[in-house]
Design a binder for this molecule. Structure first.
Ligand code: C2E
Ligand code: MG
Ligand code: MG
Ligand code: MG
Length: 288
């Protein structure tokens, strides 16, 4: 990305640009080995019913524990994987791992998986998802795919086919990071979204002023009118939970409830919840 300054003059890469580029190249190279070396895993963050407090879904979030660099954030390596094309293999692997984990959960607990636009436009993308479901023995209605506005705004036939094919199979779609892009509303009508996830920035803006709260309220009202559920992302405090519930959100997700946890902990959370709601006669009394 060297900038041109006037006639035939090209600025050199600054040290910061160079090290950034080097890091991206390293990540690109290391990512190819990461899958084979077992450095990647899929974690799960609960999505909670704001009225009953029960877990309604888990969102699958990829984690990379690099042997030298430590934990790398998906916000850093997913864009690199998208640029190199590795996202297709990586994404299919994530869907399969997540589906295998979800196959052990109760039937009414949904699995949410993030999909990159690159993955969706790849040939055979819908088939790859269906194959993962089949291999994991997870019914299609248990899966919800989280996509962002950039996906639906690309107006490509590949995207439309992808959504149509999987919807027909029973897979559901959620609109992720709502409010951060154009938030053009036309596509809400065109595509079968069952859920809208309000971006974390609105939740963190709740303390600051009344605007975020008014926006959350308006989006919730729209969701209700369109028969879509509204999820508030990034809930970190009880005050935020109370505020978004009051504003009409039905579902919530965030560190207040839990961070993303490994699959065995997700199962443990579900087991505990089942025990808590079991008839009293079969409940084990602890601490007595
Ligand atoms: P996203 O899909 O919007 O996921 C929500 C992000 O918010 C996650 O970050 C999650 O850990 C974080 N988060 C959840 N609750 C809180 C909270 O209370 N406070 C704060 N500050 N953050 C919270 P994460 O796991 O780092 O992922 C970042 C983004 O990377 C995701 O945003 C998604 O766009 C992408 N990503 C993550 N996993 C995958 C994946 O498996 N496939 C694809 N294609 N993208 C992924
Ligand atoms: Mg998401
Ligand atoms: Mg999001
Ligand atoms: Mg995001």
């Amino acid at each position: 990305h060297a900038k041109t300054h006037g006639k035939g003059q090209v600025a050199l890469f600054t040290p910061a640009m160079t090290s950034n580029l080097v890091r991206r190249k390293e990540i690109e190279t290391d990512l190819r080995q990461a899958l084979k070396n077992d450095e990647l895993s899929v974690f799960f963050q609960p999505i909670v019913d704001l009225h009953t407090g029960r877990i309604r879904a888990f969102e699958a979030l990829v984690r990379w524990f690099h042997p030298e660099k430590g934990e790398l954030r998906p916000d850093e390596f997913i864009p690199v994987a998208e640029e190199s094309g590795a996202i297709i293999t990586l994404g299919n692997w994530i869907t399969l791992q997540a589906a295998k984990a979800a196959a052990h959960w109760p039937d009414d607990v949904t699995l949410a998986v993030n999909l990159s636009p690159i993955q969706i436009r790849a040939p055979g993308a819908a088939l790859a998802v269906l194959n993962a479901l089949r291999e994991a023995r997870l019914p299609a209605h248990r899966l919800e795919l989280e996509i962002t506005e950039t996906v639906v705004l690309d107006h490509s036939p590949a995207t439309a086919n992808f959504i149509e094919q999987l919807s027909e199979a029973g897979v559901r779609f959620a609109l992720d990071d709502f409010g951060t892009g154009y938030s053009s509303l036309g596509y809400l009508d065109k595509y079968p979204f069952k859920k809208i996830k309000i971006d974390r920035s609105f939740v963190s803006g709740l303390q600051a002023g009344k605007t975020s709260s008014a926006i959350i309220r308006a989006v919730s009202a729209m969701g209700q009118a369109l028969d879509m559920e509204i999820v508030a992302e990034g809930l970190e405090t009880l005050e935020q939970v109370a505020a978004v519930r009051e504003a009409g959100c039905t579902l919530g997700q965030g560190w207040y409830f839990s961070r993303a946890v490994p699959d065995y902990l997700a199962r443990m959370l579900l087991d505990q919840e089942a025990a808590m709601h079991a008839p009293t006669s079969t409940r084990t009394h602890r601490g007595k």
